[in-house]
Ligand binder design. Structure first.
Ligand code: F6R
Length: 259
């Protein structure tokens, strides 16, 4: 199963993941990162900033998980803009090495395959950062998504559109469709790191980690992965039946093991 790490706060989670990313880049300057958007990964990007001072990031590559379909790429809430603003610019990454799925309607039926080919050509994703939706989605793989799915267009649930309305003027402005890496795409990354903070995520986290493996809860797909790390704060951990065991395991973890 996934390793569950319960931390005090978001900053502690960000530091853990950032340390691992810096270690990866030190070992391989051409590390390929899988980048999530939304609020959850922000502490990771913040923690990376000081840690990357003096680190050569010129060969680091990155692939965003998803993008809204039909949104103007220049819109401040397009994931292309978010990745540029929150990741590429502050961390000094080379914009030509960071990709977001193309959400423009023109040729959308081909974009998924092109994206898969680009990930394969980069050698696959070394570390995939994930958040989780309140309905259990990872990427934008909404409930019912196949565990074998690849990058493709999906329809966002009403719940996800409501959750994401905070980034827009109103729910009516939240796009109806998205293009997202599939669950099968995500499962091919070499290391999955799923983060969740706050009580609102507690039910989804417990279902993903301790519930049955089911397409009805796409986050449960991480149970299939040989190296998945779930980092949660106390509130997001509050529905976990075996929280004490996870704390005990982590407290007794051998020093030589990273996350
Ligand atoms: C974003 C993504 C989504 C979010 C999820 C949680 O790229 O793939 O799965 O991680 O919707 O969103 P936040 O972090 O805003 O709560």
């Amino acid at each position: 199963m996934a390793e569950i790490v319960i931390v005090h706060d978001e900053a502690a989670a960000g530091a853990l993941v950032a340390d691992e990313i810096v270690r990866l880049i030190g070992a391989d300057p051409a590390t390929v990162l899988g980048l999530a958007t939304g609020s959850t990964p922000l502490p990771v990007y913040e923690a990376l900033r000081p840690r990357l001072h003096g680190v050569d990031v010129s060969r680091v590559r990155g692939f965003a998980l998803d993008e809204y379909v039909g949104i103007d790429p220049a819109h401040p809430e397009s994931y292309r803009s978010v990745i540029a603003r929150e990741v590429v610019e502050p961390l000094g990454l080379d914009p030509s090495r960071i990709r977001t799925p193309d959400g423009s309607a023109d040729g959308i039926e081909r974009h998924g395959e092109e994206y898969e080919a680009a990930i394969a050509e980069a050698g696959g994703i070394d570390l995939q950062i994930l958040g989780i939706g309140t309905d259990g989605h990872i990427g934008f793989n909404e409930p019912g998504s196949s565990f074998a799915s690849r990058t493709r267009v999906k329809t966002l649930t009403e719940q996800t559109r409501r959750d994401n309305a905070r980034f827009f003027d109103s729910i009516d402005d939240v796009p109806m469709h998205c293009i997202t890496q599939g669950l099968g795409t995500i499962l091919r990354a070499r290391h999955l790191v799923l983060l969740a903070f706050g009580e609102g995520k507690a039910a989804a986290v417990a279902a993903a980690v301790e519930g049955p493996l089911t397409a009805s809860l796409p986050g449960s797909a991480i149970q299939l992965h040989p190296h998945a790390t779930v980092i949660v704060d106390e509130s997001a951990a509050s529905h976990l039946a075996r929280a004490d065991y996870y704390r005990y395991t982590y407290a007794n973890k051998p020093d030589w093991q990273g996350i």
